[in-house]
Design a protein around this ligand. Structure first.
Ligand code: DHB
Ligand code: MG
Length: 230
């Protein structure tokens, strides 16, 4: 998404600063490194995964709120899943859902190799279908990370709210897309989906408070939204 030389220089600086942050503040974790290496070795792109300093933020949000049950939509390589798991007590539970078979196979392999104590349940299918098929009395989640197909974000938000309790934290990844969300000529389903999500968050009766932050770093210019359930 780098349009000209100026953007490339900026990207280089953001990447170097992320490396500086990681070197100082993000401890090396053999499980996480193994996950990234296996993902690269198998020829999958790494830009879909969260940056380490963002993974740490997810971990900290879970720690701050003493969450035990986590829902993730969009597993990909399960790199973010590992960050979520690292924040949980040993009896913590993660339901992570991946729509693409190839990504699910990679994610499951990385989860199996990690041998983490927490229960990590990877389900394959469109997130909306999997969530709708859960039993009606399914225990609600304390933390939700929405990172699957962007065109369905508004629907995923609603389905997540059905599986939330008062105080559940919801994080939605990739809600800025290098500013494409405000480009009036961009009508891609993924971008329209994020606009629908912003509209859904606005004055939502079940949301206590919410915001969105732009980020720059190794993954470019993007951002995330954060909501607390009323
Ligand atoms: C894309 C998806 C992501 O979840 C992400 O973090 C970065 C990029 C994508 O589909 O391009
Ligand atoms: Mg993402």
């Amino acid at each position: 998404m780098h349009r000209n030389t100026g953007d490339q220089t900026m990207q280089q600086m953001w990447t170097e600063i992320d490396a500086y942050i990681d070197a100082h503040l993000i401890p090396e974790d053999p499980i996480l490194l193994q996950t990234l290496k296996n993902t690269e070795d198998k020829g999958f792109p790494d830009h879909l995964a969260v940056a380490p300093n963002q993974g740490m933020l997810l971990q900290m949000l879970i720690q701050m709120n003493k969450c035990k049950r986590v829902l993730e939509l969009g597993t990909f390589a399960a790199y973010s899943t590992m960050w979520l798991a690292r924040a949980l007590p040993d009896d913590g539970y993660i339901l992570t859902i991946e729509g693409r078979d190839t990504h699910a196979a990679l994610g499951q392999e990385n989860i199996d190799r990690a041998k983490l104590p927490q229960t990590i349940d990877l389900k394959v299918g469109r997130a909306a279908d999997v969530l709708k098929a859960l039993p009606a009395d399914f225990e609600p989640f304390d933390f939700v990370f929405i990172d699957a197909d962007k065109q369905s974000y508004a629907e995923y938000l609603e389905l997540s709210l059905n599986l939330s309790h008062s105080g559940t934290i919801i994080v939605l990844d990739n809600v800025i897309r290098a500013g494409e969300i405000i480009n009036p000529d961009n009508h891609k389903p993924s971008i329209e989906g994020i606009r629908d999500m912003f509209a859904a968050l606005q004055d939502h009766p079940r949301i206590l408070s919410c915001t969105a932050l732009q980020t720059v770093g190794s993954k470019g210019h993007d951002g995330f939204a954060l909501a607390i359930v009323k």
